[in-house]
Design a binder for this molecule. Structure first.
Ligand SMILES: Cc1ncc(COP(=O)(O)O)c(C=O)c1O
Ligand code: FES
Length: 389
């Protein structure tokens, strides 16, 4: 069965051009970039090129780019660094809807004596900047807020948040794992100190990430040892994946217009048709700024896992929240924080598109999903009650 892959916020296909770029760095050009000889030197040159390509996508300088092993590592490293830079400061601010890479770490830190504030979001999943302004103080070491939410695609007003935070002397980090490559970012005109990204969300392989660290931002490494990454992340570089990341960023720059145009149009059509064909649906975060590739649709009186299984039988891959929380019976922490009623939160499905999504993929969902929902609703006691109304 040919898969209809609409789960690109969980992970993306490695672009063939990215794979071709990295391929020689396994069996042929396998030198260590730190070696003095020509064989390592030629790899170092490619790693430098990758750094410049990532920097160009972000509007950053090459020496502001630190390669890591994943988005999670970048998030962890940013927060830990800030706490080491300001040992006297004991307050951290984040939000209730962050990815576990940030949220779990902050909750662990709160058990170790740090004061952690998790900002609320409104019904659209949006932040209240006045709340941030009120809560950030001289004791705040770092504020970490995501650029765009992985479940709903909701985009936070990150530049405004960063400016508020910088006025109070705290460091500002953003998890931009879902934003990079989908919406334009420009670090040259930004107040952000640190920013995380992850290769596998933008058509590079899994297991490579980046932490952007603004020039002049004090930084303490999480991994110590060798002098790699100018002492900011020890460990022999994952050269092939770094080179892949560079190529993926170069391609992302070229595809940004596709995201804003063709991908957004497909997403909008999917949303329009599904809400017209299926009664009692709503778009989570539908009233605010969102990523062009993501839709989270809540359907009352059905259960997300059931929908996913029946879609999967038709070859359609979607998700009922974040990959890490599906499998548990708890509704998503993101939808709960938004106050989505329990009956809708459980029936929420996320479709996330990419440059490889076609109109046929969208047509398939529009054809297959409405009968699946009617069938599930006719089986559920709540659904039957609703259908009989
Ligand atoms: C918003 C967000 N942050 C962080 C991560 C973690 O990235 P990685 O899988 O590279 O560790 C993900 C992906 O699951 C994500 O969606
Ligand atoms: S680990 Fe990726 S969505 Fe949670």
């Amino acid at each position: 069965m040919k898969e209809i892959y609409l789960d690109n916020n969980a992970t993306t296909k490695v672009d063939e051009r990215v794979f071709e770029e990295m391929r020689p760095y396994f069996c042929e050009l396998y030198g260590n970039p730190s070696s003095m000889h020509f064989f390592g030197g030629q790899v170092q040159k490619k790693v430098d090129e990758a750094r410049s390509r990532v920097a160009s996508l972000l509007g950053a300088l090459p020496d502001e780019i630190v390669f890591t092993a994943c988005g999670t590592e970048s998030d962890n490293a940013a927060i830990r660094s800030a706490l080491e830079v300001f040992p006297e400061k004991r307050h951290i601010i984040t939000s209730r809807v962050e990815h576990p890479a940030v949220l779990t770490q902050c909750r662990n830190l709160s058990k170790r004596g740090y004061r952690v504030t998790e900002l609320n979001v409104d019904g659209n999943g949006q932040l209240d900047l006045a709340e941030l302004e009120r809560l950030v103080d001289e004791d705040t070491a770092i504020v970490s807020l995501m650029y765009a939410n992985n479940e709903t695609g909701v985009i936070f007003p990150i530049e405004e948040a960063a400016k508020i935070v910088k006025k109070k002397g705290a460091l500002f980090h953003t998890d931009a794992v879902q934003a990079v490559g989908k919406i334009p970012l420009n670090m040259a005109e930004s107040a952000i100190d640190m920013l995380s990204l992850s290769g596998h969300k933008l058509h590079a392989p899994k297991g490579v990430g980046v932490l952007y660290v603004r020039r002049g931002t004090p930084f303490r490494p999480m991994l110590v040892g060798g002098h790699q990454e100018r002492g900011r992340r020890a460990g022999t570089e994952n050269t092939a994946s770094i080179i892949a990341m560079g190529k993926a960023c170069e391609l992302a720059e070229q595809y940004m217009a596709d995201e804003a145009g063709r991908v957004r149009e497909m997403r909008d059509r999917l949303e329009r048709e599904l809400t017209a064909l299926i009664p009692n649906t709503r778009i989570n975060g539908g009233g605010t700024d969102r990523l062009p590739n993501t839709v989270s649709i809540a359907m009352e009186f059905v259960e997300g896992e059931g929908i996913l299984l029946l879609l999967s039988e038709k070859g359609i891959c979607a998700s009922s929240g974040s990959a890490c929380t599906s499998g548990s019976l708890e509704p998503s922490h993101v939808l709960r924080a938004m106050g989505v009623p329990f009956t809708c939160a459980h029936g929420s499905i996320r479709f996330s598109l990419s440059r490889f999504t076609t109109d046929d993929d969208i047509d398939a969902v529009i054809t297959e999903l409405p009968p699946i929902i009617s069938r599930l609703r006719s089986m559920s006691p709540f659904g039957r009650e609703f259908l009989n109304k």
